[in-house]
Design a protein around this ligand. Structure first.
Ligand code: ADQ
Length: 495
């Protein structure tokens, strides 16, 4: 069901919701879909609210100027309804962008916020590039607000900043809009975890960072723990007055609301995909598929997972030719050394296990390094007996939710890490600590051998919860925090 915002919305995110590429036949610039949690969740919402999207186009200021192409008529992706006029592309000099994106976002905030400080680097020049890029995003966002003020003169636009790339933009946007006498509402949503004070304080410019985020009126995180971590940091680092019960922070004479907003998926769309997706071809009708679907990232625990599967094969030789692990890994940050090393490690481990256990008719691990279509993904989700979603740390994890939505046939089992935000609410999954290899392999065995009535009972509850708390539910709850929820939608919100 469509969600209505009482305010026109500007989404500000690092990326546009699609990539640009060249059509090999015509040589023309076309839109290409890119996998990622943010786009899957937010693009339908922008289309539905007729908003604007500010994001990096994938191009640099040194590149030739390009016009954003319209969507292909056959485009069925979540961004198909987004017109090119709804998109404001950001371009940046290559060096500045690389320092901001690789040097600061990916090398500092990504590992730090996933509580992996040993992987984080702190460099003043990269932080300066982050500041500069945030100022540029802020400049274009003010342009977007101007446009919306022209098309909707009586409304107060809602600016929605996304993720760890945009933590310094709010104050600049607010100052410029105040100067121009353009009232706005502003919100921030973090898609990754917010770590504890002990971790956050390692960042040398933590005070500036916290003040940057506090420029918004409403700040959202997936779960209570991340909200409380943030509130704790505001109190201890900035000396803010806080109310943990109401989740409020006072800063510069303003009161900012902190909101747990667990993101979700377009549930019905996945159900429909699963209902018409082609059957997955198996070695034999009895073969059980274990499924992993992730970006190839060190936070996702891929190596730990494959090791647990190796242990399972060692302990249960009877599973030979009966169980196959299907791992789909989307290439991610391929120009970063750590990610290249991770790929190397995974390639070697999978090669070793397949070499050791394969028979003439079977290999224990099927490994796809690349994107798969939504139809194919839905087919994998539907026809797998077990999904293994075991990140070492994850803001939420949409794969767990997509899997249960697509379980329209024989009920399977979800194995979930307690270190994913999704682990907080998906109680009927089998929870396992990915670091405990032995226990992990026992959990996989339990999932593979679980009686049908137990599988059915667990899956039914999981599906019901995700159906009732889909991405529109998330959006409505977000709009409620900024007082932009339309009357028709108010009746849909509970709790
Ligand atoms: P991600 O780290 O990208 O997102 P996740 O939430 O699992 O992680 O979303 C991945 C998305 O990519 C899913 O929608 C999935 O369908 C898609 N995808 C994965 N592999 C694919 C493949 N091979 N082919 C096609 N599509 C594929 C970040 C945070 C998460 C948070 C989301 C949303 O790290 O914790 O849940 O944002 O807030």
């Amino acid at each position: 069901m469509q969600v209505h915002s009482t305010s026109p919305m500007v989404v500000v995110a690092n990326r546009l919701p699609f990539c640009l590429g060249t059509d090999p036949d015509t040589g023309k610039l076309i839109r290409k879909q890119c996998a990622g949690g943010l786009v899957t969740a937010v693009a339908p919402v922008v289309v539905e609210t007729q908003g604007l999207w500010v994001g990096w186009s994938g191009l640099h200021t040194e590149d030739e100027n390009v016009e954003i192409p319209e969507a292909d008529p056959n485009d069925q992706s979540p961004t198909a309804g987004l017109k090119s006029s709804q998109v404001l592309p950001v371009t940046m000099p290559k060096k500045v962008f690389s320092d901001y994106y690789n040097g600061c976002c990916n090398a500092t905030f990504w590992p730090l916020f996933h509580s992996m400080p040993d992987r984080a680097t702190f460099q003043a020049d990269k932080w300066e590039a982050y500041r500069e890029v945030n100022r540029e995003f802020a400049r274009l966002t003010v342009e977007a607000v101007k446009r919306l003020r022209e098309s909707h003169p009586d409304s107060v636009p809602l600016v929605w900043l996304h993720d760890y790339h945009m933590m310094l933009a709010a104050n600049t946007i607010r100052e410029k809009c105040d100067e121009l006498n353009m009232p706005i509402k502003m919100a921030f949503f973090l898609h990754i975890p917010f770590p504890s004070w002990d971790i956050t304080r390692l960042f040398p410019w933590d005070d500036e960072l916290l003040q940057g985020v506090l420029g918004c009126d409403s700040i959202g995180f997936h779960i209570d723990d991340y909200c409380l971590n943030f509130i704790d940091c505001c109190q201890r680092r900035l000396g803010c007055r806080v109310d943990r019960q109401q989740m409020l922070v006072e800063h510069n004479s303003r009161t900012i609301s902190i909101n747990p907003l667990p993101i979700s998926i377009p549930y019905e769309r996945f159900v429909q995909l699963a209902e018409k997706a082609p059957k997955v071809v198996k070695n034999n009708p009895q073969e059980q598929l274990l499924l992993g679907v992730d970006r190839l990232d060190y936070t996702k625990g891929l190596v730990h997972r494959i090791r647990a599967f190796e242990t399972l094969l060692e302990k249960h030789p009877e599973l030979k030719e009966k169980v196959t692990f299907l791992q789909v890994a989307v290439p991610s940050r391929t120009d970063v050394k750590e990610y290249q090393e991770l790929k190397e490690e995974l390639d070697q481990l999978i090669g070793k296990i397949n070499g050791q256990f394969s028979t003439p008719n079977w290999s224990p691990i099927r490994y796809i390094y690349g994107c798969v279509s939504q139809d194919q993904l839905a087919a994998f989700y539907r026809d797998s007996s077990v999904a293994v979603v075991t990140p070492l740390r994850d803001g939420m994890n949409l794969v767990a939710k997509e899997f249960v939505a697509c379980q329209t046939g024989e009920p399977g089992v979800l194995i979930l890490s307690p270190f994913a935000g999704a682990g907080i609410s998906m109680h009927e999954a089998l929870h396992v600590n990915p670091y405990e290899t032995n226990e992990f392999s026992d959990t996989i065995y339990r999932a593979l051998t679980m009686p049908k009535d137990e599988r059915e009972m667990r899956m039914k509850q999981l599906r019901r919860r995700e159906r009732d708390h889909d991405v529109n539910f998330w959006l409505r709850n977000f709009l409620k925090t900024v007082d932009c929820l339309s009357d028709v939608d108010k009746s849909q919100v509970s709790g």
